[in-house]
Design a protein around this ligand. Structure first.
Ligand code: AMP
Length: 631
């Protein structure tokens, strides 16, 4: 079959197509309906079916591949390397499930996971869905305030954490950040489980906090069967940024997600049972959920869980892992490759990469020079893929699993994947743009295919209003990305239409960063914009109006306050959200109606023309901004 036939079938005969795909997973009870779309934009995939994500990722592989490594943990931070076979993973998951169960975790309860990249984190995710509970993994790089708001939204029964993570050899204590978040949160978390790695002191609060290793020793023989849940039962929520300051809990189902991932492993990533998948992301992001944890395990593959940097001990570390573990599929982000690009390409060539079929890159635009450089350096096809936390798996990519000769096109993430009815639309009218090479908003007609978000956790209204209400009378899903399609149907992504920025593949809301900056008592007003950066794709820059101009009257004052504001952001959101620069101005450029001219600020920072500014309130504001940037 070729790509066109595959894609057409998914659109023209969705029932038959998805019924076939659904056979890729085990169902405890068969579904009655492929898709219940009677209440759009909500879609219930495989309605009436009962299944379990952990069963499909772990239990069902145990008879066939008990001794095959399910998970290989490699830490260049602690020098550890550990492997868990499917048989061992099955045992470990039941132990952790027993611990959660003893704390009262039942179907539908939430377990928040705030962990570094260690096997216990993956086990905690699997144990949670085993019980029919819902996990919410919060990226370890987030700090107390960000964590507190997610705790309040998810209202977890248990928080799973570790004493510390480590990055570039520097220990980052997690437990004190969590303790502070628990103080800030309204929701009282009944239980905290701490995996003590011996990296940092983590005093336990009696009655609330528990030592994981002690608990584990008490449940060595635990047998905890999977809880069969309805296909549409939520498996997890994952918070992501949008236009407003408050992060949204993207809610994922169980059956649809399992089917979509299982399909994607085969059709997109060309990953087969028994092979090894190496995804360099973090479990705190959607790429980690789908392609460190669930995708590879659903496919009966070995997944590599890597804790460390791409350049430590040297720039060849990933490639030595590929060689040693005979990795067949690799998945990373353009930023990481741009970091490697600064190193000697020969160090990549030192390793035997013959096992590797493809390198997949996602999370941010893949620029042509980077794609070309890495393609030549490793001599493998580089496959871009475009998707979002919301969709859970690629919207655009190539289907090399069915069409091995489908050619990548530099600068394009590819073509629509099965089930995605992608349309570019006029940003004002919402009318579809049918011609080639027209720039429009990338939208998807409902129902979204299996695996995509069901709703926003606890807020159906927000789901409808945020994603489905951009164009009156055109209830289509908005990705908030600009796109363009060429004559051959290949899409190109041109950046976000909203105030979301993408720093090193990490999605951040500028409003969220502005809120954090504003919490510094010296700040009267702030604007944060994303500015093009050679390595990270984009970085955040903050423009601040201070309450007392005396504080920023000289270089020393400005430097001191800049550092203080950065520390404030570190403390609230985490270093991932820290602006690369904080500039001080007397006034921010706004329209006469008071709207911040973000695009103009961004243009000034990037040295571009600011475009039409007839509505600007005070033209001197831009002049001043220019001076601040030059300084
Ligand atoms: P996240 O939800 O963190 O995965 O971020 C999703 C956003 O990242 C998308 O809406 C795009 O703006 C951007 N993005 C992800 N993958 C790509 C890609 N392959 N090419 C261009 N932009 C991408």
């Amino acid at each position: 079959m070729d790509y066109d036939a595959l894609y057409r079938r998914s659109i023209d005969e969705p029932e038959a197509f998805w019924r076939e795909q659904a056979a890729r997973i085990d169902w405890h009870q068969p579904f009655e309906q492929v898709c219940d779309h009677s209440q759009p934009p909500f879609a219930r995939w495989f309605a009436g079916g009962l299944t379990n994500l952990c069963h499909n990722a772990v239990d069902r592989h145990v008879p066939q591949r008990p001794d095959q490594p399910a998970l290989v943990y490699i830490s260049t931070e602690t020098g550890q390397e550990r492997s868990l076979s499917y048989g061992q993973l099955y045992v470990e998951v039941q132990r952790t499930a027993a611990i959660l169960q003893a704390m009262g975790v039942r179907k539908g309860d939430r377990v928040l996971i705030y962990m570094p990249m260690i096997p216990e984190a993956v086990v905690a995710m699997l144990a949670t869905v085993r019980l029919g509970a819902i996990h919410s993994v919060v990226f370890g790089g987030f700090a107390s305030h960000a964590l507190a708001s997610r705790i309040d939204d998810a209202q977890p029964t248990v928080v799973f954490t570790a004493d510390a993570g480590s990055r570039g050899g520097k220990v980052i204590a997690y437990k004190p950040l969590l303790d502070e978040a628990l103080k800030q949160a309204q929701h009282a978390v009944p239980h905290v489980v701490v995996v003590d790695r011996g990296l940092a002191p983590a005093p336990l609060q009696a009655g609330r906090d528990h030592d994981f290793h002690t608990l584990r020793r008490e449940v060595m023989d635990a047998q905890v069967p999977c809880e069969w849940v309805a296909s549409e039962h939520p498996s997890y929520t994952l918070y992501t940024s949008g236009t407003t300051g408050k992060p949204k809990g993207v809610q994922r189902d169980t059956g649809g997600y399992a089917v979509a991932l299982a399909m994607s492993m085969d059709l997109i990533y060309c990953g087969q049972p028994g092979e090894t998948f190496f995804c360099t992301s973090d479990i705190g992001w959607v790429v980690g959920h789908s392609y460190i944890v669930y995708g590879p395990l659903l496919a009966g593959m070995t997944t590599i869980v890597y804790e460390g940097l791409p350049v430590r001990p040297d720039a060849a570390v990933w490639w030595s892992i590929v060689e040693r573990h005979r990795a067949n599929v690799m998945f990373s982000a353009p930023t990481a490759i741009r970091v490697l690009k600064k190193q000697d390409p020969d160090c990549l060539k030192r390793h035997d990469l013959s096992s590797l079929k493809h390198l997949f890159l996602a999370g941010e635009p893949l620029d042509e020079p980077t794609a070309r450089w890495i393609g030549e350096a490793i001599g493998k096809p580089i496959i871009d893929n475009y998707w979002q936390t919301e969709t859970g798996w690629p919207i655009l990519s190539l289907a090399r699993g069915v069409d091995p000769h489908q050619a990548p096109r530099l600068g394009s993430p590819g073509v629509p994947m099965p089930g995605y009815k992608v349309t570019l639309r006029d940003d004002q009218t919402g009318e579809p743009l049918t011609g080639a090479n027209q720039k429009g908003v990338l939208t998807i007609d409902g129902p979204l295919p299996p695996g995509c978000l069901q709703t926003v956790w606890g807020d159906d209204r927000r789901f409808v209003q945020t994603y489905w209400s951009t164009f009156p009378n055109q209830p289509v899903y908005n990705t908030f990305d600009w796109g363009i399609r060429d004559e051959d149907g290949y899409y190109f992504i041109l950046g976000r239409t909203d105030d979301v920025i993408n720093v090193a593949g990490h999605r951040l809301g500028t409003r969220e960063i502005e809120e954090a900056v504003s919490s510094h008592p010296a700040v009267a007003e702030v604007a944060v914009v994303g500015v093009a950066d050679e390595v990270k794709g984009q970085v955040a820059r903050a423009f601040v109006v201070v309450k007392d101009p005396q504080r920023v009257a000289d270089d020393a004052g400005r430097a001191a306050l800049e550092a203080e504001i950065m520390r404030t952001v570190d403390g609230q959101l985490g270093a991932v959200a820290r602006p690369a620069r904080v500039h001080f101005v007397n006034v921010l450029p706004k329209t006469r109606s008071g709207k911040l001219l973000r695009r103009a600020i961004q243009a000034v920072c990037e040295g571009r023309a600011t475009g039409d500014l007839t509505t600007i309130e005070d033209p001197a504001a831009l002049q001043q901004l220019q001076e601040a940037v030059a300084r």
